[in-house]
Ligand binder design. Structure first.
Ligand code: PEP
Ligand code: MG
Length: 895
């Protein structure tokens, strides 16, 4: 093949003057801004002409030691010549200079993260040309000093404070307070000072050659793709580094050419409420950065908004009625064209409107719902599209009281956003204190090093929970999400001194009883009481959820063990319980004594006697769950944690427990020591307890079946219990447990002379269980993937301690996300696929679900849809998120 037959890569795409080489579908190559500028040009909208250097050029630049593609320079020259022709101006021409803006523009918008240079092309000669053309010397020199400052900062790496100081000194010397007080000559003097400062700092003059300026700016925009801000933003929003940024070079239009000029931003609807009203702000006689910099307060665009705000200055509608009418028509057209709410930037230069940007506007969850529902109602989009338009995770904002967006935040410490919502209360350092004050009607925030199952009642009594240690699946995080309590976990900069009743963070000391607010959606601990807003679940929310339910295939259940959790779950639309962790029921004051008695018993007879005391209480719990769930499936997991978790931990606690219960202190201590394990999570736990102490599981099965029979006999819908065995690894183990379960059920049914539908299944939490799923499926009628443990056992990484080192893995790009939060669809996912296939091969109708924390994570739910699980189960407050994510996953599969 000869080179002449090779198609030349097009690195540059022109737009403007009613046509464009690109269009809105080319976001990957042209970036969002470039693609939409091209689209607006093709629609015949007034877009200043320009061109886009592609993201492919950026990637080439990084792949080749920061060298541009060889053809780029010539292609830029050609495109620049076309802009000159369209504008009738020439780049660098002192008589008639073309000035350009150089802006970044990635595939996804990354507001403020990358660099921009305006007024490029100005130098000591062209500034005079601009002054003549504009008939305004002051404007020309003001533009020049802006350019020197911006370029020096963005391209030459000089601190902008240096320029601000020079300007402040100038104003002081002249005795003026605002920029508008400076004359043309004053600005000219400022320019001279700026240039001298650049020379002094860098040892060479400010570049006068416009071509050199242009290439400097292009390089700076590419470089800004790798700045720390941009990297951090990408990580937060899952934007891959490989996307690269485009560079948009566009002829300048000026909003600062007097009172018939202006610049502004607008949303076609209110981005905070979703209300269908044009919403925006503008500034007369200003450039874009003035709006952002907050030096002058922008005015509302519409008259109605101005009146509502009681603003005296005229709105755009009043100050520039003709341009406003044209603008309104343009933005309405844009919204219809893109079929979504648009976020628009514009400039008016001497009475002429120019469109500088349009993109789908970012919005709150509330606004997203309203916009989607109203657009579907108006026929602009379909119901399925409306369902796709709302980010499932954003629903969190609606399901809990949250901190008001305009509230002041005095951050004391930060940790992980473990459970969303916000809460205010007095600091308490122990679960007992939380219970005591909670019972007295006080709002408290429980602050602990980390929590353990015995803190459960204190956690329940608290409004919110903070821990200094622990990750997103730590005890505190899981339990708090289940309870719908806001929680910040792993706030590493907190030093808690429980004895002294105080905590230190960032040089401050807070005491028990001090008021704090926690923002579990962000992971912040704030000082004092902070203003909140309440959730709203009817209206648009209900409408969209109904549409989502119509679109989804996966069922959604909840992880719940208390009546409160179960009710919340149903209120949020759960279709059953996917995981009832029975051990949580063992920690109640009335029961823990019997549980400890059972653990201390010397023999089976002793254990059975203690278990007989627990039985009626367990049964009572199940009755209430079955009643609330009204015949929906309820998966009950038999006892899972190692027994030592139920014993007191310190000698002090031990003595207190011995005194309170009349149990022998020495024996209690000995037993606690005996039960201590080096690796409790890999130790005597899960169904291993059922194998060594079958009487424990027999009691639990009996409690479940007696409860189910009682509820059915009371005339309520017959419950459908699913009895689940945790941490199963072998077929033989499952066979044993299945036989134990069936035998006990049979016995209870015979005693009662009644029957009940039930099923027996395995929790798949170990790689071996997944690999040998065919063995398990011989006796297991369902599998539920316990992906918390399955992730832990697949990686060999502790779910409780991983927070301490996972960040390093994420920083280094080894993990994209925390695998305890978002399913590792490769490794853990492979095991799930294998278990699904092998299980189904033996038992085609085997029921398959997931009940680890991933059951509420949208990306993990999409995976569950792909492998064809029957349901996902998550904490009650995530049920709506899971319903919407399941609907989107189903729609995406359809394509
Ligand atoms: C799991 O391991 O995924 C699970 C749901 O069980 P637990 O979190 O109680 O260990
Ligand atoms: Mg588990």
């Amino acid at each position: 093949m000869t080179t002449s037959t090779l198609a030349k890569t097009q690195w540059v795409y022109a737009f403007g003057g009613g046509s464009a080489e690109g269009d809105a579908s080319m976001k990957d190559l042209l970036g969002g801004k470039g693609a939409n500028l091209a689209e607006m040009s093709s629609l015949g909208l007034p877009v200043p002409p320009g061109f886009t250097i592609t993201t492919a050029a950026c990637n080439h630049y990084y792949a080749n030691g920061k060298a541009y593609p060889t053809e780029l320079e010539a292609q830029v020259q050609t495109a620049l010549a076309a802009v000159e022709a369209a504008t009738g101006k020439r780049f660098g021409d002192p008589a008639n200079p073309l000035l350009v803006s150089v802006r970044s523009g990635a595939r996804a918008s990354m507001p403020g993260m990358m660099d921009t240079v305006l007024n490029l092309g100005l130098n000591d000669e062209t500034v005079e040309g601009l002054a003549r053309l504009a008939g305004d010397r002051r404007f020309a020199f003001d533009s020049y000093r802006r350019f020197i400052q911006m370029y020096s900062n963005v391209v030459l790496g000089l601190d902008h404070h240096m320029f601000e100081e020079i300007l402040d000194d100038k104003k002081d010397a002249l005795n003026v307070y605002v920029d508008t007080g400076l004359s043309a000559d004053d600005w000219q003097a400022v320019v001279a000072d700026y240039k001298a400062a650049v020379q002094a700092e860098l040892g060479h003059p400010f570049p006068q050659d416009p071509a050199q300026q242009l290439w400097g700016a292009i390089g700076a925009v590419f470089a800004s793709w790798m700045n720390d801000r941009a990297k951090f933003y990408r990580r937060m929003h899952d934007i891959p580094e490989s996307w690269g940024t485009a560079v948009n070079v566009q002829s300048m239009v000026f909003g600062n050419m007097g009172d018939t000029s202006a610049t502004g931003v607008a949303f076609t609807r209110n981005p905070s409420t979703g209300e269908n009203k044009l919403y925006g702000e503008f500034l007369i006689n200003a450039q874009g950065e003035d709006v952002v910099a907050g030096i002058r307060t922008p005015q509302p665009i519409t008259k109605a908004a101005r009146e509502e705000m009681g603003d005296k200055n005229p709105s755009m509608e009043e100050a520039m009625p003709e341009v406003f009418t044209q603008f309104k028509a343009v933005v309405e057209r844009l919204e219809r064209h893109y079929r979504d709410m648009q976020d628009i930037e514009f400039t008016v230069e001497r009475g002429r409107l120019y469109m500088l940007q349009t993109r789908n506007g970012k919005r709150t969850a509330k606004a997203a719902l309203k916009v989607a529902v109203e657009m579907a109602a108006d026929g602009l989009i379909t119901q399925d599209e409306a369902v796709r338009r709302v980010e499932p995770a954003s629903l969190d904002q609606l399901l809990h009281p949250t901190i008001a967006p305009d509230a002041e935040r005095d951050v004391v410490a930060t940790g992980l956003p473990a459970s969303p919502g916000a809460a205010t209360g007095k600091i308490v350092f122990s679960a007992e204190e939380a219970e005591r004050l909670g019972a007295a009607g006080e709002d408290v925030i429980l602050v602990r090093e980390e929590t353990s199952p015995e803190d459960i009642r204190g956690m329940d009594a608290a409004r919110g929970i903070v821990t200094a240690r622990g990750g997103m699946t730590s005890h505190a995080a899981v339990v708090a999400r289940g309870m719908g309590r806001p929680c910040v976990s792993g706030a590493g900069d907190l030093q808690i001194d429980e004895k002294a009743g105080e905590m230190r963070a960032r040089g401050r000391t807070l005491k028990a009883g001090d008021i704090i607010t926690i923002d579990g959606s962000k992971g912040d601990v704030l000082s004092g009481a902070v203003k909140m807003v309440e959730p709203e679940l009817s209206g648009d929310f209900a409408t969209l959820m109904a549409w989502a339910d119509a679109a989804r295939r996966l069922k959604v259940r909840a992880n719940a063990e208390t009546a409160t959790d179960a009710r919340t779950a149903r209120q949020f639309g759960a279709e059953g319980i996917g995981l009832c962790r029975t051990e949580h029921m063992f920690f109640d004051d009335a029961r823990i004594a019997a549980v400890r008695e059972m653990i201390l018993a010397d023999d089976e007879a002793g254990r059975r006697a203690a278990l007989a005391k627990i039985l009626p209480m367990q049964k009572g719990d199940f009755v209430s769950l079955f009643e609330i769930m009204e015949g929906l499936p309820v998966t009950i997991r038999l006892l899972d944690p190692p027994l030592h978790e139920f014993l007191p931990h310190t000698e002090e606690d031990l003595t207190a427990v011995a005194e309170a219960t009349g149990l022998d202190a020495a024996k209690l201590l000995r037993r606690a020591k005996e039960l201590r394990e080096t690796n409790p999570m890999l130790g005597h736990r899960g169904c291993r307890l059922g194998v060594s102490y079958p009487e424990i599981y027999e009691m639990q099965v009996r409690a479940i079946i007696e409860a189910a029979l009682d509820v059915a006999a009371s005339g309520r819908p017959a419950p459908t219990p699913e009895i689940m065995h945790p941490l199963v690894a072998k077929g033989e183990e499952m066979n044993y447990l299945k036989a134990l379960t069936d035998r006990t059920v049979k016995q209870v049914c015979e005693e009662r002379g009644a029957t009940i539908e039930y099923s027996v299944g395995a929790m798949v939490e170990l790689p071996r269980a997944a690999l040998r799923a065919a063995d398990l499926a011989k006796s297991a009628e369902f599998f539920s993937f316990g992906t918390n443990d399955l992730t832990q056992t697949t990686f060999g990484i502790s779910r409780d301690d991983s927070g301490r080192f996972l960040n390093a893995y994420i920083d280094k790009g080894i993990f994209e996300k925390d695998p305890f939060v978002s399913l590792d669809t490769e490794g853990v996912g492979d095991l799930i696929r294998i278990a699904t296939e092998r299980g189904r091969a033996v038992r085609p109708d085997i029921k398959l679900g997931i009940c680890g924390e991933h059951g509420g994570d949208p990306a993990s739910i999409a995976f569950c849809e792909d492998v064809g699980l029957d349901y996902v189960s998550c904490s009650p407050y995530r049920v709506p998120i899971a319903r919407l994510a399941a609907a989107q996953a189903a729609l995406n599969r359809k394509g």
